[in-house]
Design a protein around this ligand. Structure first.
Ligand SMILES: [Ca+2]
Length: 592
């Protein structure tokens, strides 16, 4: 209570002071670090001839504008395959160019956000999913059902079994011959007027714990429709808050059709829940959301083998109803999903999806399984999230850390960098693998993974300075409860970080000072990573300076400088403001 009073009082005083004087933040120009991050160019560097001179031009422009370092983003997968040699050669040449200009040369490593193979991906357990032998194949027995998913029963504008908060206002029962299935569908008009998720039908559905489910539905969108689709499976989370254990957002509207029905799907693992509240449909994010959509035929199906993941530490078995195991290769064929990682077709590997049917695992002739027999399956499947069905490399699997070690060794040999940035950032899935369960919290698991990775980069990278993004470790950012598809809280991920770790702080906004303070308490050196295609570099600069002022002497002692980082560009290549950024932050080429 006292603490809150003090904070409130301080905030009031701060607000008062601002209102009276609104002092300009202190301007600082003597940055030790003035770097440029070259992001997402690696793939093109080896495949597109025009990229190589472009990257060299960015380096020279940066040098002229007073930058004193280049950070080049790399991915372990670029070191494999037919272009690997060319890629390594160019990376080495780029490093030589950067060093010849007297600049620092850094590379990124350890793409913990989404790298690695399918086998390495964070996975969720499936426990005792019932199957029946049908026509010689193991077929899932349904364990969940959506009631009235075709909306044929209703009262007024509310479909039976669902809640639909906008019913009669923007959401209507439609029987005008539009339906995909039966006579009836839901129509939502003037979607831009509907806030948040209120146009989504919601149903509480009974599920079995640790089963994988696919939710599929039909959608039709108007010519002017603009939004994202989201599927949510809400369950009670930490701190009395609901949390979503689905977190998939199938993209709609980028490609045809319009005014025609199409299907979309998402998957979730029920974890330890027996009930989920399912929400299905477009969501009003703001950002130009508009139009009309129709929704019909929502279904839930059991998909235990979908995107199955096999590795020795993820046990996999089929048993009878009293737990006696059958044998893979004798009683049934190998359990695998041949379409896992091939969602974009046979020419484009390593793209994941959830709509590839369900793998057919055959019962073998001469084995012990008979037609009509019921069995139970226990195993693991890859946890996918987001708009592009992303995966996260396991935070506990030795194979992942071996990959990191190989990667850093190769980088050192090919690029000979002056430092490394560990790409621990926005890791969304984790905590359910057997080794992860040894950690009480996901925060401890992330922390252990970082400590291990730091040691690897230190050892294999030749003792050069090591940097990391800040977000996964910061309590005011991602190190929190109910974080995406992490089993439990990520709090504590930033405890006792390695003393030599340099922290890159991005996404400061009003929280910049809080982020900085967390790391300042550990005495860790910090670098701002900013720009992100802002229309107002000067305003952004002032925001960071205010954060420095708020932190006081610690900021001047610990903040080393700034990195120019583009997100997707303002329609150009993202590097159009290299010079203006330099002008604002240190007075440009002459101010260095
Ligand atoms: Ca219908």
């Amino acid at each position: 209570m006292t603490r809150w009073l003090t904070i409130t009082l301080l905030l009031t005083l701060a607000g008062h002071a601002l209102a009276v004087e609104d002092p300009l933040p202190t301007q600082r120009k003597d940055w030790k670090v003035r770097w440029l991050l070259l992001k997402y160019w690696g793939n093109e560097l080896r495949e597109k001839p025009e990229t190589w001179p472009a990257v060299q031009r960015y380096v020279r422009r940066a040098d002229e504008a007073g930058y004193n370092g280049i950070v080049f983003m790399t991915r372990a997968k670029w070191f494999r395959g037919e272009h690997a040699a060319l890629w390594q050669q160019r990376l080495g040449e780029l490093g030589k160019l950067v060093k010849s200009l007297g600049m620092q040369w850094l590379v990124t490593c350890v793409f913990a956000k989404g790298g690695g193979t399918a086998e390495m991906a964070e996975s969720f357990p499936v426990r005792d999913a019932p199957l029946v032998v049908k026509d010689g194949v193991l077929v899932p027995v349904p364990t969940a059902e959506i009631r009235n998913g075709s909306f044929e029963e209703f009262e007024g504008d509310i479909p039976t079994g669902f809640s639909l908060p906008e019913a009669g206002k923007h959401a209507f029962i439609d029987q005008t011959g539009q339906a995909y299935d039966g006579e009836t569908c839901i129509r939502v008009e003037n979607f831009e007027e509907v806030r948040g998720r209120l146009a989504m039908p919601v149903q509480r559905v009974a599920v079995k714990p640790f089963h994988q489910y696919r939710v599929s539905f039909r959608l039709k969108i108007s010519d002017d429709f603009k939004s994202n689709v989201i599927v949510m499976a809400l369950v009670p989370g930490e701190g009395g808050k609901d949390r979503d254990i689905c977190y998939q957002q199938p993209i709609v509207g980028r490609k045809p059709p319009r005014n025609k029905w199409f299907s979309k799907a998402a998957t979730f693992n029920s974890w330890d829940n027996e009930k989920v509240s399912l929400l299905v449909g477009p969501i009003n994010w703001g950002k130009g959301t508009k139009g009309t959509f129709w929704l019909d035929d929502i279904r839930i199906t059991d998909v235990p083998f979908l995107n199955v993941n096999r590795r020795p530490e993820l046990p996999n078995k089929i048993t009878d109803l009293v737990g006696r195991a059958y044998k893979e290769g004798r009683d049934y064929a190998r359990i695998m999903d041949p379409k896992c990682g091939w969602a974009w077709g046979p020419k484009s590997p390593n793209h994941y999806g959830v709509r590839q049917g369900h793998p057919e695992i055959a019962v073998l002739p001469g084995g012990a399984l008979r037609e009509g027999q019921k069995v139970l399956y226990t195993g693991y499947h890859i946890g996918l999230y987001g708009r592009y069905y992303g995966k996260t490399p396991s935070l506990t699997y030795d194979g992942v850390f071996k990959m990191y070690a190989d990667e850093v060794r190769t980088l050192r040999r090919a690029a000979d960098p002056d430092g490394y940035l560990i790409w621990f950032d926005e890791m969304r899935v984790g905590g359910w693998e057997p080794k992860s369960l040894e950690f009480e919290t996901c925060g401890q698991m992330i922390n252990a993974a970082l400590q291990r990775t730091y040691q690897i980069v230190m050892r294999e990278g030749g003792g050069k300075p090591i940097h990391s993004w800040h977000d996964m470790f910061t309590p005011t950012h991602n190190a929190r409860a109910n974080y995406y598809l992490m089993r439990n809280t990520c709090e504590g991920a930033g405890k006792n970080l390695p003393k030599g770790l340099n922290i890159w702080i991005w996404g400061g906004g009003s929280k910049g000072a809080e982020h900085m303070k967390f790391f300042a308490k550990q005495g860790l050196r910090q670098i701002f990573c900013t720009y992100y295609d802002t229309p107002r570099i000067d305003k952004q600069y002032q925001g960071w300076m205010k954060a420095m002022d708020a932190l006081g002497a610690d900021a001047d002692r610990l903040v080393d400088g700034v990195v120019y980082s583009t997100w997707s560009g303002k329609g150009g290549d993202g590097f159009e403001d290299i010079e203006e950024f330099a002008e604002v932050w240190w007075g440009g080429g002459d101010g260095k």
